[in-house]
Design a protein around this ligand. Structure first.
Ligand SMILES: *Cc1c(COP(=O)(O)O)cnc(C)c1O
Length: 225
């Protein structure tokens, strides 16, 4: 079941890459395991998946502890992170996808023992319910954290609205791509900003067409499993 789903998703990733003539190596599929148990995450690892994501601190710590023998796995924290939880988690993750405030950046700077690859979260669609910076705040935020030597801004992250049309989703992802280019052109040493974390189960082909380098996929992997 899982293997079939994975195969199908890989084919869709390949198709989307072909469509815009991007090499598939440029796209990393992150498996979002937030809705499944550790044993299901383990099955995925055994099928060759190396990037796993959780959106909650406790769940990530729990799975990472159960699966600690699989030292090749890279752990992504993709959800909103409360400042008081930074110290519990920040040295347990390989990537953080939801950097959304200066206060959070300060706390990460204080608690992290290594340089952490981070994505700045952008609220491209402007929905009130969403976290993230407004597009026009992103560059100045990134400039403000230049002094924080524990944070490396490797890219930007966004989520498209749930019930947007395909053309709206295209527009949102292409706006994030433009913003990413804008930041990377500044050649800031702490913010290469070459990556784009965008695309979930129902919109990852569009995200890839618009330049996603990390897609975060949950439901589509575990459907029927
Ligand atoms: C749950 C989640 C995903 C995966 O969503 P699916 O629709 O299940 O693929 C991706 N990104 C974030 C931030 C999430 O919370």
């Amino acid at each position: 079941m899982l293997a079939d789903n994975l195969k199908q998703i890989c084919e869709e990733i390949q198709l989307a890459c072909d469509h815009v003539q991007r090499p598939i190596e440029d796209v990393t599929m992150i498996a979002v395991t937030k809705s499944v148990e550790s044993y299901q995450a383990e099955e995925l690892i055994k099928l060759g998946v190396e990037d796993l994501a959780e959106n909650r601190v406790d769940k990530l710590l729990e799975k990472k502890a159960v699966l600690k023998e699989f030292s090749n796995v890279k752990w992504h924290l993709i959800g909103n992170l409360q400042r008081r939880k930074v110290k519990l988690i920040i040295n347990e993750v390989d990537y953080f996808h939801a950097l959304d405030s200066l206060k959070l950046a300060e706390e990460i700077q204080k608690r992290s023992q290594k340089i952490l690859p981070c994505f700045v979260e952008v609220n491209v669609s402007g929905e009130e319910s969403k976290h993230g910076f407004k597009p026009d705040e992103v560059l100045s935020f990134i400039q403000d954290i230049a002094v924080f030597n524990k944070i490396k801004v490797i890219g930007l992250m966004c989520m498209a609205p749930l019930n947007a049309s395909d053309s709206e989703v295209h527009m949102i992802f292409s706006q994030l791509k433009k913003l990413q280019l804008n930041v990377s052109e500044q050649r800031l040493p702490h913010a290469p900003c070459t990556e784009l974390s965008m695309g979930m189960s129902n919109d990852f082909p569009i995200a890839i067409e618009e330049g996603a380098t990390f897609v975060r996929i949950g439901t589509a992997i575990f459907r029927g499993a």
